[in-house]
Each structure stands twice: as structure tokens, then as C-alpha cells.
Design a protein around this ligand. Structure first.
Ligand code: NAP
Length: 295
């Protein structure tokens, strides 16, 4: 029997509706959650992501500012902007769109964001809290979204063997930390694989929950999936497709058609993890505003 589809659009919409009530509550207290998105340079993919984030804020009734800087911007100028945003009471969340141009030290920039406004969860204070299982830390949006997909699709993580393929600081590492946490959507036994892992299929085939985030189109074939596993495909890759007007189509890191014959549940690409990432960014911004208003 083909796998059940885990629908990120539907779960994201459900979460945004819940968030609507929280936003209305904050507005009654004269607090409108505000997000600043900083874009340096003209990377076309980043521009699309930034536009999508702004649109999502508009739809949810959040205040937002997008600050665009040229690709030659010196690091000092970006730092001064972050100081202004850190001090701006209208802004509760700050997101610096990555990647940054070469002249800018990404870590130094991410460390300059006030941890209380770090809705991307990249400041070392939040990274440390998430790694240490402290729920007060902002959780990075993509793995947090994956965790919500699992919880809201009634996938039991407790005691399950979760295999995370990919160890980036944006997805793989925080994903492993969230699955290890003692609580809902956690308590899994976690294996993390990466480019130096030997015999990767031996690991993926043991996964009750397989989460793939490597950026390699359709890398995981059906025979790498354990029958009945839950498969979460984080990858978003463009592959040439002359039959499309755009000349390309989006695929994940998993061979969807094969894996869905083996798995019990699976996320599609697009329409799986992607919509959850933006939802969790809104969610973190609302949490930041709530914390700010109760200070
Ligand atoms: P990344 O920073 O490039 O990290 C890729 C990770 O995959 C690295 O840890 C790398 O291992 C590992 N890897 C690469 N090739 C591998 C292989 N053949 N076998 C095993 N591991 C391998 O990428 P990322 O930022 O985590 O993103 C991963 C994918 O998720 C991309 O397709 C990206 O577009 C997508 N993504 C989607 C969303 C969303 O909202 N849907 C959000 C973020 C990312 P090493 O560390 O050993 O090099």
C-alpha cells in the first residue's frame, strides 16, 4: 500500500490559524509582532525566500521590514544595521538571509543578533539551549517544522530509531538535538549520517523515521528505506525538465515514487517541509513578541 502523504501545506495552514488567535491577543495589548529580514546581495533564490517570508508576514498580520543591502556592503555596515534592529522595539525577530557575500564573516554577523530576537535560532546562546534540551531557546525553523510535522501526523518519536542524513548547522544538527529532547516529538534514538559515513544505506535501512537533508537530488532510493518507515524529505533541488515552461522542476533528496511504495508515510517536495519552515519562522516571531511583551 502506498505511503500516507504528510501534507505540509495543510499542517502549516492549521498552525497559522492557531497563531492567528495568538496574534489577535497580542494586538489587543497593542503589540504587533514584527520581523526584520536582512538581505545582502542579489542571490535570486534568496530574493525568492525573502519575498515569501514578507508575504507570509502580511497574510498573518505581522509587521515586517525587509532591508536590502548591496553585495559590496562592508561587514561594519551590516553590524550597525543589526545594532539598530536589536534596539528597535517594533522588531521582535531578526533574520539575516544566508548565504552572505564573501567579505562578511557569517558567524560574526549571526552572533551580533540579540539572542532574544534570534528567530532563526543561529545565535550560539540558542544553539546551546537547543543542544542542551532547554525549551526556552529558539529552535531553527526547518527542523522545528519537521518536528511539528511528526507530532501533528501522529508519528511516535519516543523510542523510535530516527536517522538524520546531513549534519548542517541549519538542519541536520539541530534536527538531531530536537529528536533527542525529552518531550513531545523527542525521545528518539538518533543516528546522524554525513558525507563521510560508510555504507549509508545500512543506516538508513534501520530508520523508523528517516530525515534526509543533504541537497542531492533523489539520493535516497526506495531500497534504502525500511518497509513501514516515515520519510521526511527536507531537500529542495532543481533538476532540468524540458517539459516544464520554466525548464526545471523541484525534487527532494529522496526518490519519491520509489520510497512511497515502501514507507508508511512520506513528505512530498514541494508541499512537505517547505511550508513548515515559514510557518515556524512566524511562530518564533510571535513567541519573541510574547516574551518581549511580558518583560
Ligand atoms: P548543507 O549545508 O549543504 O549540508 C548538507 C549536508 O549533507 C552536510 O552535512 C553533508 O555532509 C551532507 N551530505 C552531502 N552529501 C552527502 C552524501 N552523499 N551522503 C551523506 N551526506 C551527505 O545543506 P542544508 O542547508 O542542510 O540543506 C540540505 C537540503 O535541504 C538542501 O537541498 C536545501 O535546499 C534543503 N533545505 C530545505 C529547507 C526547506 O525549508 N524545505 C530549508 C533548509 C534547507 P558533510 O557535513 O560531511 O559535508
Amino acid at each position: 500500500m502506498p505511503a500516507r502523504l504528510i501534507d505540509g501545506n495543510a499542517i502549516g495552514a492549521e498552525m497559522r490559524a492557531e497563531l492567528g488567535a495568538e496574534i489577535a491577543g497580542l494586538k489587543k495589548k497593542a503589540v504587533t509582532p514584527g520581523l526584520a529580514v536582512v538581505l545582502v546581495g542579489d542571490n535570486p533564490a534568496s530574493e525568492v525566500y525573502v519575498r515569501m517570508k514578507g508575504k507570509a508576514c502580511d497574510e498573518a498580520g505581522l509587521y515586517h521590514e525587509t532591508v536590502k543591502l548591496s553585495k559590496e556592503t562592508p561587514e561594519g555596515e551590516l553590524m550597525s544595521l543589526l545594532e539598530r534592529l536589536n534596539a528597535n522595539p517594533q522588531i521582535h525577530g531578526i533574520l539575516v538571509q544566508l548565504p552572505l557575500p564573501k567579505q562578511i564573516d557569517t558567524n560574526r554577523v549571526l552572533h551580533r543578533v540579540d539572542p532574544r530576537k534570534d528567530v532563526d535560532g543561529f545565535h550560539p546562546e540558542n544553539v546551546g539551549k537547543v543542544a542542551g534540551g532547554d525549551p526556552s531557546g529558539f529552535r531553527p525553523a526547518t527542523p522545528y517544522g519537521v518536528q511539528q510535522l511528526l507530532i501533528r501526523s501522529d508519528v511516535e518519536t519516543k523510542g523510535a530509531h530516527a536517522v538524520v542524513v546531513g549534519r548542517s548547522s541549519i538542519v541536520g544538527r539541530p534536527m538531531a538535538a530536537l529528536l533527542l529532547q525529552d518531550g513531545k516529538g523527542g525521545n528518539a534514538t538518533v543516528t546522524v549520517c554525513h558525507s563521510r559515513t560508510r555504507n549509508i544505506a545500512e543506516h538508513t535501512r534501520q530508520a523508523d523515521i528517516l530525515i534526509v537533508a543533504i541537497g542531492k537530488p533523489e539520493f535516497v532510493s526506495g531500497d534504502m528505506v525500511k518497509p513501514g518507515a516515515v520519510v521526511i524529505d527536507v531537500g529542495v533541488n532543481r533538476v532540468d525538465d524540458p517539459s516544464k515552461k520554466s525548464g526545471y522542476r523541484l525534487v527532494g533528496d529522496v526518490q519519491f515514487d520509489e520510497a512511497k511504495q515502501v514507507a508508511s508515510a512520506i513528505t512530498p517536495v514541494p508541499g512537505g517541509v517547505g511550508p513548515m519552515t515559514i510557518t515556524m519562522l512566524l511562530y518564533n516571531t510571535v513567541q519573541a513578541a510574547k516574551q518581549w511583551s511580558s518583560r
